[in-house]
Ligand binder design. Structure first.
Ligand SMILES: [Zn+2]
Ligand SMILES: [Zn+2]
Length: 359
């Protein structure tokens, strides 16, 4: 059954107090004749192990319902009292014991087994009393009510959010103002110092200096880690086996981190033009570059941006509303003309310039 070695589990007689009886050999206490309680089995101390030669495993012991004796899984009737073993439950087994390679197993195991037995008996007694009490159901109902309430609140929140963004009303507007601004980003070719791993330095970069730094970690094999496992077979024996698995450690990997100089176009200043009326026709700012070309200190034009703003008076509420839109719309809306638009009902705002229609 197992490639490890097999030994006897031990048990204590609960009737007369005799300790460290052999769980496979002594199905009854040699001192008082009481049947072995398989729940009281424990792993023996290392130096008191008794080996079982040529052990053949036939299954966990069956516990006789009538007298409590542990019986071989192959038995049909209890050898002690003759009761039918059909339907008898298997003996409980102790949890596996693990010890690091070379380390001893816990000698407290017998005490632990006794303590566990005591706790189990206590739990069994408590379970018998609890059977007469009505099962607690109120809690789960309450949970359901809160669940429904929670889902309702979430839905209400989503609806509110929808109302805020999408509930709109029409408004009549009179144009009261125009404004615009146009900006050109100016870039300058500069020599900048940067840092990168040596294999990531751009071809045009001129390396100034490099230092060795930790770039990553590598997993490397580091022997193996072994443990000895004791497994309760449930028939009064346990098997002991060595289990090993490979161990790894992480090793730092070093590489050269380099400082290098490189010429790059860097945003340096902005050229800006702006107007505050319809008559003031939009135009791009005059850009005077310091020096054209691709020398260090040379300048070039970068990204452009433009904004066209319209201002209106809401004929109904008298409020001032404004929006940014396309140049086409900005030109279409002449001063003092009337337009129809829509704004958000809750909180106001949200006027869309390009959606305006003549009134
Ligand atoms: Zn006894
Ligand atoms: Zn029996």
């Amino acid at each position: 059954m197992s490639d490890g070695k097999t030994y006897e589990m031990m048990w204590d007689c609960g009737a007369c107090g005799t300790q460290k009886l052999l769980a496979m050999t002594h199905k009854h206490c040699p001192s008082c004749g009481s049947p072995q309680d398989p729940n009281w089995r424990f792993f023996p101390p290392e130096d008191e192990k008794v080996a079982v030669e040529d052990h053949s495993f036939v299954g966990k012991d069956l516990v006789c319902d009538a007298c409590g004796s542990p019986c071989s899984a192959q038995a049909t009737f209890c050898p002690s009292c003759g009761a039918d073993l059909a339907g008898a439950s298997a003996a409980l087994t102790r949890e596996d014991q693990l010890a690091d390679d070379g380390a001893a197993f816990s000698v407290d195991d017998a005490d632990a087994a006794r303590e566990e037995h005591k706790q189990r008996r206590k739990a069994e007694r408590a379970a018998k009393i609890a059977v007469h009490e009505p099962p607690p159901e109120a809690g789960s109902k309450k949970g359901l009510v809160f669940g429904v309430l929670g889902a309702g609140a979430l839905m209400a929140f989503v609806v509110c959010l929808g109302v805020f963004f999408f509930w709109q009303k029409d408004v009549s507007l009179v144009n009261t103002g125009h404004a615009w601004s146009r900006t050109i980003q100016i870039e300058e070719l500069k020599t900048v110092t940067k840092s990168a791993w040596q294999d990531e330095v751009p071809r045009k970069g001129k390396v100034v200096s490099c230092t060795s730094e930790k770039r990553s970690t590598q997993k490397v094999a580091d022997g193996e880690e072994c443990k000895t496992r004791r497994k309760d077979n449930g028939d009064g024996t346990f098997s002991e086996k060595k289990e090993c698995k490979p161990k790894y450690k992480s090793k730092p990997v070093y590489d050269d981190k380099c400082k290098y100089k490189i010429d790059e176009w860097v945003a340096s200043r902005k050229a800006k033009a702006a107007g505050k009326s319809y008559k003031d026709a939009p135009s791009w700012p005059d850009v005077r570059l310091k020096k054209k070309g691709s020398c260090v200190g040379c300048e070039r034009e970068g990204d452009r941006s433009e904004t066209y703003t319209l201002t209106f008076k809401d004929s109904g509420s008298g409020e001032t509303l404004s929006c940014d839109g396309s140049l086409k719309k900005w030109k279409q809306v002449k001063p003092k003309t009337k337009w129809k638009g829509s704004v958000r009902v809750v909180g106001g705002g949200g006027l869309d310039c390009d959606g305006l229609k003549p009134l």
